[in-house]
Design a protein around this ligand. Structure first.
Ligand SMILES: [Zn+2]
Length: 51
């Protein structure tokens, strides 16, 4: 998969690399998005879906 390929046929370019946790949290909070990962769900057997 070429992540730089654009549907318009052009090439995408990296404009920013946001890896600082505090910066990421600030941006997400500003956008009203969750800043913490959702809790892990318990594993369930396939039979659970049929119940
Ligand atoms: Zn494009």
């Amino acid at each position: 998969m070429d992540v730089f390929a654009c549907p318009c046929g052009g090439r995408r370019a990296i404009v920013a690399d946001i890896s600082d946790r505090n910066v990421v949290v600030a941006i997400l909070a500003h956008l009203g998005l969750p800043t913490e990962a959702p809790p892990m769900a318990r594993a369930r057997s396939p039979a659970f879906e049929l119940a």
